[in-house]
Design a protein around this ligand. Structure first.
Ligand code: B1M
Length: 211
């Protein structure tokens, strides 16, 4: 049985090969893919962030960890994403303008797909204008906004204001999230909901649609 703390350490070391190998082993052991993400990969990323804050790690260390995590998520996503089931609702999701962090948003998108939502992922560094255009064209039930930087959090509020200006706000529920985001901040910018992590996003999105 793979000890998920070894997977967490592989992420911390930015060791892509070892991360992929341990992820595959954990899956064949029968470990739940959601646990592999939260207790293994995400825990490792948390440690990387702490080391970056303390000056022990630099940008290339974060990049290597990110590459290792993305490679592991590629293996895990097909296990989590259900196909051929009636959709619970349509979600458009993206990371806001100025922000390149997309791993957490990808995890949220994968978890939502896995629970039966149809998800259109716009990627990262998405402008308010693009979000508005997508809401107008795609008519999603939910718009998901992710921000990982304190400096890009206000861009989430800008998207909500732009939806209001375009007369589209009442037709879509807005959920926000990302490490620096809080329920209070979600209330402050007029979002409909906040979720702390990918697991929480599932019941929150279902709740928004009364399911
Ligand atoms: Co950056 N980075 N980074 N980084 N990075 C952080 C966020 C930071 C906290 C590190 C630190 O200082 N400790 C810090 C932000 C400080 C702040 O603003 N308070 C930081 C910084 C400063 C920067 C740069 C400015 C560094 C520089 O250039 N000097 C720069 C900014 C670039 C930019 O965006 N313009 C930068 C760059 C990068 C990399 C490119 C190297 C890389 C990102 C690669 C990528 O995403 N493709 C990177 C990484 C990897 C990190 C850390 C280490 C890890 C982020 C991550 O992927 N976590 C991060 C430290 C940390 O978070 N501890 C850090 C794993 C992921 C699964 O968790 O993203 O939290 P998370 O997502 C969770 C929840 O937040 C939530 O659910 C997810 C899954 O459970 N969630 C949602 C997320 N979105 C949601 C949306 C929802 C609901 C829930 O609804 C829609």
């Amino acid at each position: 049985m793979v000890d998920l703390s070894t997977l967490s350490r592989a992420i911390e070391e930015g060791n892509r090969e070892k991360t992929v190998q341990l992820t595959a082993e954990a899956l064949s052991d029968g470990t739940n893919p959601q646990d592999i993400i939260t207790r293994g990969l995400q825990a490792g990323m948390g440690a990387v962030g702490e080391k970056f804050s303390s000056g022990e790690y630099f940008l290339p260390d974060m990049l290597m960890a990110a590459r290792a995590m993305k490679a592991a998520l590629e293996i895990l996503a097909p296990m989590l994403e259900k196909t051929g089931i009636p959709t619970l609702g349509k979600v458009v999701i993206g990371t806001v303008e100025g922000d390149m962090h997309d791993i957490g948003k990808n995890v949220v998108a994968t978890f939502l797909r896995g629970s039966g939502f149809e998800v259109r992922d716009l990627g990262s560094n998405v402008s308010a204008r693009r979000f508005v255009d997508e809401v107008r064209e795609q008519r999603p039930d939910i718009l998901g906004l992710s921000a990982l930087l304190t400096t890009t959090m206000p861009a989430m509020g800008n998207v909500i204001k732009a939806l209001q200006a375009a007369g589209l706000r009442s037709g879509v529920k807005v959920i926000v999230g990302g490490a620096p985001v809080t329920q209070d901040y979600a209330n402050y910018i007029g979002a409909d909901a906040y979720a702390h992590d990918g697991g929480k996003a599932i019941p929150v999105c279902k709740g928004l649609l009364g399911k």
